[in-house]
Design a protein around this ligand. Structure first.
Ligand SMILES: Cc1ncc(COP(=O)(O)O)c(C=O)c1O
Length: 449
């Protein structure tokens, strides 16, 4: 352990002092930040991190927090996992960068591992990016370039990133779009099937959406102009919506019928978070292209666009590339992360997810503001309503709860129109799950008072 980290750890007081949050050191840093850092970031609460260990974090004033947000679903192996840190250190001592125009072992090893994990229909090839949005850009470009078609189908509520291509398909909040039009043309949005908030008549919202797309194909969207359908197998920012069984299979059938590429954006749901390596494995429906980022590097910036070889091999040299993709340190972090996820964290995510769900079901009997609980593994959403009969969204409850949780020593995030998400590191142990859920319940009581 470095002496700086040791000093930071020794500074830690195990207690949490809600009355003083944010503490003086946090306040001072936030003031400096406000003078020089872009105001475009969403800052939900004034948490100023000092360091972390596993599923716990400490702020610069020594307050301890249970982490139920993992740096927005990124820190899958927990904070500063020793084998991830060791892999990073070892790689960093050899070389820090070469660019993807050359070769190195970590990059090939990671692409081989991806092929072995079998994430797409047929043998897989990997393109390296540095973030989720870049992985999605790569997927969109791959689809357009290789199909020679231009239209893309996306979903209302989707989040795919904020660069111009991915932003064009993103449709979760209009603030993400306002002021940026025109993005890329050719994107058509259709509803995402939400069993809690059905838009269509009939019991099967998934099949209703498929029928809607078929109607579009008949009336104004020639299917032979559609390059790809881009979809999150579980919708993330849009509210942690799990689609009905059969929906992804319906999309797969549509794509097969019309020669359209099916892209699954698993930037948030992938790499063990739902209890399986890829979220699509819950349905058995394979995409042609999958995008991954967030949890794969345990916090280091890496994104992957993995496609079926029959598609990716059509890309010609120079058609897409970048400077930093396949960075050796990021590849080393990803390889160490994948090993931990495969060797047990994925299974832990499933177990701890059940534990949290059970607790939430108990809470739902006590608090009528809880309208819906959903998710898989450690990708759990809770939606709040003003009353259960009308399902009128109660955003104020979600906002207040997240704020009270911060003051009580629990880091949470909002999601969707009126919900929160529970996304701890995949390695979280039962004791911390229970502590976090106690804090969550206390915070909800305060938010409703
Ligand atoms: C499903 C999904 N795709 C893409 C992105 C964009 O990733 P990044 O913020 O790394 O660009 C996100 C980020 O939240 C996401 O949840």
């Amino acid at each position: 352990m470095s002496s700086e980290r040791e000093r930071a750890m020794n500074d830690v007081q195990q207690k949490h002092i809600p009355a003083t949050l944010p503490g003086p050191k946090a306040k001072a840093l936030i003031e400096r930040d406000a003078r020089v850092v872009s105001p475009s970031y969403v800052r939900d609460y004034p948490f100023v991190v000092s360091h972390g260990k596993g599923a716990e974090l400490w702020d610069v004033d020594g307050n301890r927090f249970v982490d139920f947000m993992s740096g927005i679903a990124v820190c899958s192996t927990g904070h500063a996992h020793p084998s991830v840190v060791a892999a990073i250190q070892k790689a960093a001592e050899r070389f820090l960068h070469i660019s993807c125009d050359y070769w190195h072992e970590g990059q090939v090893e990671l692409a081989e591992l991806m092929a072995k994990l079998d994430p797409v229909s047929g043998p897989a090839m990997t393109f390296f990016a540095n973030s989720g949005t870049e992985a999605v850009e790569a997927a969109l470009k791959l689809a357009r370039h290789t199909s020679r078609r231009s239209r893309i189908i996306g979903f209302l509520g989707a989040f795919h990133g904020r660069t111009m291509g991915s932003l064009a398909v993103t449709a979760s909040k209009y603030t993400q779009q306002r002021g940026f039009f025109p993005t890329i043309p050719g994107v058509v949005h259709v509803p995402y099937p939400n069993p809690y908030r059905p838009l269509f008549a009939g019991a099967d919202q998934g099949q209703a959406v498929i029928a809607y797309i078929e109607t579009l194909f008949e009336r104004n969207l020639p299917p032979d102009e559609v390059a790809a359908i881009l979809v999150e197998p579980i919708q993330g920012e849009g509210g942690y919506v799990v689609p009905p069984d059969g929906f992804l299979a319906g999309l797969r059938a549509l794509c097969d019928k019309h020669g359209i590429l099916l892209i699954f954006d698993e930037v948030q749901a992938g790499i063990g978070r739902t209890g399986k390596m890829f979220a699509w494995q819950h349905s058995g429906v394979r995409p042609d292209i999958i995008t991954l980022a967030k949890g794969i590097g345990s916090g280091l910036p890496i994104g992957l666009c993995v496609g079926a070889k029959r598609v990716v091999e059509k890309w010609s040299p120079g058609s897409h590339a970048n400077t930093f993709g396949g960075n050796p340190v990021c590849c080393a972090a990803a390889l160490a992360t994948l090993k931990l996820v495969e060797d047990g964290y994925m299974q832990n995510a499933e177990r701890m997810g059940v534990r949290i769900m059970d607790r939430l079901k108990g809470m739902a009997q006590k608090y009528s503001a809880i309208g819906d609980i959903r998710g898989r593994g450690l990708m759990i959403g809770v939606e709040f309503v003003k009353d259960r009969a009308t399902k009128a969204p109660a955003k104020e409850v979600a906002t207040k709860l997240v704020n009270r949780a911060y003051h009580n020593g629990l880091l949470l995030l909002e999601c969707g129109a009126s919900g929160i998400r529970i996304i701890p590191p995949l390695m979280i142990e039962p004791g911390l799950v229970d502590e976090g859920m106690d804090l969550l319940e206390r915070s909800l009581r305060e938010a409703l008072a």
